[in-house]
Ligand binder design. Structure first.
Ligand SMILES: [Zn+2]
Length: 465
C-alpha cells in the first residue's frame, strides 16, 4: 500500500474503532460557554487539561498566553518544529462554545454528552468548533504515525472567545507576529456548501452593524388629540428605509454596492449550487443585486438587512403617536468595500433624501472582509490535494457568505488563508440540537489526512506567498 493510503487507512480505523468518539466526547464535556459569566475555569481547563496533554504527546511545545482583554479567555500557542527549510502551516481552532441551553434539546438530550441518532451526533461544540479541530488534529496524528515525521512545521493557535466575537485576538496577533511566521494558514470552521460536497473557502464577507434612530418628541401622545399635528417617527423611518433599498432588495445608497467581481471569483462561483440541504428555506430568485446570479449575490455582493425595526410598543399597541423609531441595520460586504466610508455615505444619503434628523451610529469593531484569489498557488495546491483524496470535485467558495475573524490571519499576519469546513448549514450550531454528521466527519478525517500528508511531501508553493 502506498504510504498516503496507509495514513488514510489509519484514520479510517481511528474512526471505526471509536477513538474519534471517545476523544470528542471528552472535549464536549468541558462547559466552555464563553458568553456566560463563571466560565473562566472551564475555558482555562480546556487548554490545560485537554489540549496541552494531547499536543505534547504529538511533540508540540505549548504555551498559554493571557488575553490582552482582561475579561476574556486565554490563548494557547502550540508549535511543532521539524526544520527551518520545511513549510510552516499555521492552524487554528476555538475551544469555546455558545451557551448549552440545557433542558431545551430534543428528548432532553444532555448538551455535554454525545448522543447518536442515525447519522447525527448531537452535543454542544460537535460542529462549532471542537469536532472540527479534533478532526484536524487526529488527521495530523495519523500522518505523523505513518510517516514518523510530518515533513512540515506547525503553529496551532487555540482561542477561547470566538463565540464572543474573538475579543483580544487581533491585538494578541498584532503584538505577537513573531510567533506566527508561517507560509500558509489552514483551518476548519463553518459549513460545507452541502453535507456531501467537500468545500474549501479562502476568506469571508465582512459584517457591519449600525443603528438608525429618530426621536420625534418626548413620550407617546394620544392620536385623537395629536394625530395630524405631530410627526410620526415610524412613518418617517420607513420612508428612510425605502430610500435605502428597493422592494426587490437592491441597495440604493450611493457607494454601498459592490458590483465588480474578478473573473477568477466569478468562474469559481459559477460552479456552485447555492441553497439546498435539509430544512433549507426557498430562495427568492428575484431578491438582491440585479444582474447577479444567486451565488454571486451571497458570495460576491454586499447585502443590506434590517435586523430589527421598532416604533411604539408592538407587544401592546397604544392609540398613540410613538415618540421614536429605531432600526438595527446590518451589512455583509465583500473585499473592495471601504468599511470606513459606510457611515459617511449613509449620512450623505439621508441628508440628501430629507432625513437629516435620523441619527446613525456605526459599530466600532466590524469584522473585515477577506478573500484569497482562487487562482493563488496555495489555493490551487489545497484544491488538488482535496480532489486527490475525494476523487470528485471540491466546491470552491472564494469567500464565505458569513463572517469569520479571518482578517487577523489574512491581513494582520499576511498569510494565504484556506478553510476546509467540516459542518453543514443545518447543524444548529448556535441553538439546541447542535450536531455533526457521521458520514461528513469520516470524509473530513480523510480529506485532512490527505492534506497534511501532501503538505509534507515537499511539493508545495512554499515560497510563492
Ligand atoms: Zn460559532
Amino acid at each position: 500500500m502506498a504510504k498516503r493510503d496507509e495514513a488514510l487507512a489509519r484514520i479510517d480505523s481511528y474512526f471505526d474503532d471509536g477513538h474519534f468518539e471517545t476523544e470528542l466526547a471528552r472535549r464536549i464535556a468541558f462547559k466552555t460557554e464563553s458568553n456566560l459569566a463563571g466560565s473562566e475555569t472551564a475555558l482555562a481547563s480546556y487548554l490545560e487539561d485537554e489540549m496541552i496533554p494531547d499536543l505534547t504527546a504529538l511533540g508540540f511545545v505549548c504555551e498559554i498566553f493571557p488575553n490582552p482583554r482582561q475579561d476574556a479567555g486565554p490563548f494557547l500557542v502550540a508549535r511543532r518544529h521539524e526544520c527551518d527549510d520545511l513549510p510552516t502551516v499555521m492552524t487554528y481552532g476555538h475551544g469555546d462554545v455558545v451557551a448549552g441551553y440545557d433542558g431545551q434539546w430534543d428528548n432532553n438530550m444532555n448538551p455535554w454528552k454525545i448522543t447518536k441518532k442515525g447519522d447525527r451526533w448531537y452535543g454542544r461544540g460537535t460542529a462549532d468548533n471542537k469536532g472540527q479541530h479534533t478532526i484536524n488534529l487526529a488527521a495530523l496524528r495519523s500522518v505523523l504515525e505513518t510517516r514518523e515525521s510530518l515533513g512540515f512545521n506547525v503553529i496551532f493557535l487555540v482561542e477561547m472567545g470566538e463565540e464572543r466575537g474573538s475579543p483580544g485576538l487581533k491585538d494578541f496577533c498584532t503584538a505577537h507576529k513573531d510567533l506566527f511566521q508561517a507560509d500558509v494558514f489552514i483551518a476548519s470552521d463553518g459549513p460545507r456548501i452541502h453535507p456531501d460536497k467537500p468545500t474549501i473557502f479562502m476568506g469571508s464577507r465582512g459584517v457591519f452593524n449600525f443603528i438608525m434612530r429618530l426621536d420625534s418628541h418626548d413620550g407617546g401622545h394620544h392620536s385623537g388629540n395629536w394625530g395630524g399635528l405631530l410627526t410620526n417617527p415610524g412613518v418617517i423611518m420607513s420612508h428612510a428605509i425605502t430610500s435605502m433599498i428597493d422592494k426587490k432588495g437592491k441597495i440604493l445608497v450611493e457607494g454601498w454596492r459592490n458590483t465588480e467581481i474578478p473573473d477568477s471569483v466569478r468562474s469559481a462561483i459559477a460552479k456552485l449550487e447555492v441553497g439546498g440541504g435539509e430544512n433549507a428555506p426557498q430562495i427568492n430568485p428575484n431578491w438582491g443585486e440585479p444582474e447577479m446570479t444567486p451565488g454571486e449575490r451571497v458570495f460576491a455582493s454586499n447585502t443590506f438587512e434590517i435586523r430589527a425595526f421598532e416604533t411604539g410598543n408592538p407587544k401592546s399597541p397604544a392609540n398613540a403617536i410613538p415618540p421614536s423609531a429605531v432600526v438595527y441595520g446590518h451589512l455583509r460586504y465583500v473585499v473592495g468595500t471601504d468599511v470606513d466610508q459606510l457611515m459617511p455615505l449613509l449620512r450623505l444619503h439621508l441628508d440628501q433624501h430629507g432625513f437629516p434628523d435620523i441619527e446613525i451610529i456605526g459599530e466600532r469593531d466590524p469584522m473585515y472582509a477577506t478573500r484569497l484569489d482562487p487562482e493563488h498557488p496555495w489555493a490551487q495546491w489545497a484544491i488538488a490535494s482535496l480532489n486527490k483524496t475525494n476523487g470528485a470535485s471540491i466546491s470552491v467558495i472564494p469567500n464565505l457568505g458569513g463572517s469569520l475573524p479571518n482578517d487577523v490571519f489574512a491581513d494582520v499576519l499576511g498569510l494565504p488563508t484556506i478553510w476546509v469546513p467540516h459542518s453543514y448549514a443545518g447543524c444548529s450550531q448556535h441553538a439546541p440540537n447542535e450536531h455533526i454528521l457521521e458520514k461528513t466527519s469520516k470524509s473530513a478525517l480523510r480529506l485532512m489526512t490527505g492534506l497534511w500528508w501532501d503538505l509534507g511531501v515537499g511539493d508545495t508553493p512554499k515560497n510563492a506567498k
